[in-house]
Ligand binder design. Structure first.
Ligand code: PDD
Length: 281
């Protein structure tokens, strides 16, 4: 495997960043994960737009133009012979003597890109089985709209989910409403067949997959309610599902051990997953 590290393509096993990288010391950086399918980057434009926004919000200089970034992403995919899989991109504020204040203007941001293959049949089998989720109190900072590499609450929540035999953890705000998962956005389907997801400007990451599923649902003529839903409403819903570049649309079959619907992936989520790549760009 090959990784891109600050202008060079290096063997993955030897790829390294400096110990004074601010990503390493402060979690001072942002990232993107983009799906690769049949060699193509799915929703690349939306991922690059979100990256630009995350960088702007944190006042980190962009490492290069979008056109140049696209070349690096493609080259990393090509050198790793990825047909189906993901590409990971990380930008940190760069390498400087440890000091909380931003480093001088002369310090360049650090860019790392990796790519890895996945087995499409295995991915589909996992999705077809559905995912269980647990719920946990929201304990993240208010700026989860920034795709920061500082993911400690997410790491702890997801491990707690795994320890409980579940795949994902849903964070729940102080009012009892689900915000999102540790690495996915959260959705339900009501008894009336409407699909419900929390507004993108309220305590969640503005998921790229979320945006594309939203557009797709609208084109398919589904009723969409962009509002928060409670854990109780989710447990009583006809269906629930999660979205992310890594999971696309995956049914939630249980919440805190209680089955959703009949405890098997439902038709709405299955249909959205089946059609996703016809809609994504
Ligand atoms: N996670 N919410 C959170 C907290 C996420 O970390 C992610 C993505 C999403 C879904 O966003 P998108 O549809 O743009 O992938 C929602 C990536 C996949 C990760 O951390 O691996």
């Amino acid at each position: 495997r090959i990784a891109y590290v600050n202008g060079r393509y290096v063997p993955h096993a030897e790829a390294a960043v400096h110990i004074e990288d601010r990503g390493y010391q402060f979690g001072d950086g942002v990232y993107e994960v983009c799906e690769v399918r049949d060699g193509a980057l799915i929703d690349e434009t939306r991922h690059l737009a979100r990256l630009a926004r995350s960088l702007r919000e944190l006042r980190i200089r962009r490492p290069m133009s979008d056109a140049a970034l696209k070349v690096v992403l493609r080259e990393t995919i090509r050198r790793n012979r990825v047909r189906d899989g993901i590409v990971y991109l990380q930008v940190t504020r760069g390498v400087a003597r440890r000091d909380h204040y931003f480093p001088p203007e002369s310090v360049a941001p650090a860019l790392v890109v990796t790519a890895r293959s996945s087995d499409r049949a295995k991915v589909e089998a996992t999705a077809a089985a559905g995912a269980s989720v647990i719920t946990l109190p929201e304990n993240r900072w208010p700026r989860v709209d920034i795709k920061s590499i500082g993911l400690l609450p997410n790491v702890l929540a997801k491990q707690q989910a795994r320890d409980a035999g579940a795949r994902e953890a849903w964070f729940v705000d102080a009012d009892g409403f689900v915000t999102e998962g540790g690495s996915t956005n959260a959705w339900i389907v009501t008894a009336a067949g409407a699909i419900v997801t929390r507004p993108a400007d309220a305590g969640i990451l503005r998921g790229v997959t979320r945006a594309t599923v939203f557009d797709m649902a609208r084109e398919l003529g589904l009723t969409i309610e962009e509002r928060a839903f409670s854990v109780d409403e989710a447990k009583a819903a006809r269906e629930a599902f999660i979205t992310a570049a890594t999971t696309i649309v995956t049914s939630v079959i249980a919440i805190d051990g209680a089955p959703v619907g009949d405890g098997a992936p439902g038709p709405v989520a299955r249909e959205l997953r089946r059609r996703f790549h016809d809609f994504a760009e």
